[in-house]
Design a protein around this ligand. Sequence first.
Ligand SMILES: CC(C)(COP(=O)(O)OP(=O)(O)OC[C@H]1O[C@@H](n2cnc3c(N)ncnc32)[C@H](O)[C@@H]1OP(=O)(O)O)[C@@H](O)C(=O)NCCC(=O)NCCS
Length: 168
Amino acid sequence: MSALPEPFTLRDARHVDLDAVAALERLSFPIPWKREYFEVEVGASWRFNRVALSGGSLAAYVFCAFAGGEVHVNKIAVAPDFRRLGVASALMDEVFAFSARVHAEEIFLEVRFSNQPARTFYAGLGFTEAGRRGRYYLDGEDALVMVRKMGGPRRLDDPPAMKGDSGR
Ligand SMILES: CC(C)(COP(=O)(O)OP(=O)(O)OC[C@H]1O[C@@H](n2cnc3c(N)ncnc32)[C@H](O)[C@@H]1OP(=O)(O)O)[C@@H](O)C(=O)NCCC(=O)NCCS
């Protein structure tokens, strides 16, 4: 469990965050998601969408979906000034807790083959390489599929946390 350093706070993503989320997305990815994609996710059921704030400004976000017994990490990004401080690790700790609450069998994600920083980051969190999707990205790059099995203790007394209301 990584402790989030001060002065970051974590909360559910809201519609009011979406301009900043889309701006950080454009900074962080060669082919960014459009704002509308995030907007749909904030309003959807079986989602776990969180932001990290510093001084009221967006520092990071993670967007996940739960389906078919698996949690899929759709997006995670940290603003350049806040990288290597443990912010993404703290967000992923929350994803692990959510995955346990919904009794997910595994967490999976795609990462650009060339994105060595992210591959190192995920490997450090216990993700392993589970396959490759050829020409997954629009520019033709392959994706590496990374998976983390959820074998840890489950808190059966906790009801699943539904984040479909995270846009309220
Ligand atoms: C990948 C990313 C989310 C990591 O966020 P972060 O908050 O900097 O990560 P953390 O500080 O929690 O890093 C935890 C560990 O991951 C590894 N790691 C993170 N960034 C790394 C980098 N650039 N190079 C090598 N290892 C890295 C390190 O082991 C790090 O621990 P350390 O700092 O004690 O060495 C961030 O670099 C980012 O937003 N990148 C652009 C978007 C992206 O690629 N998202 C993932 C797409 S699938």
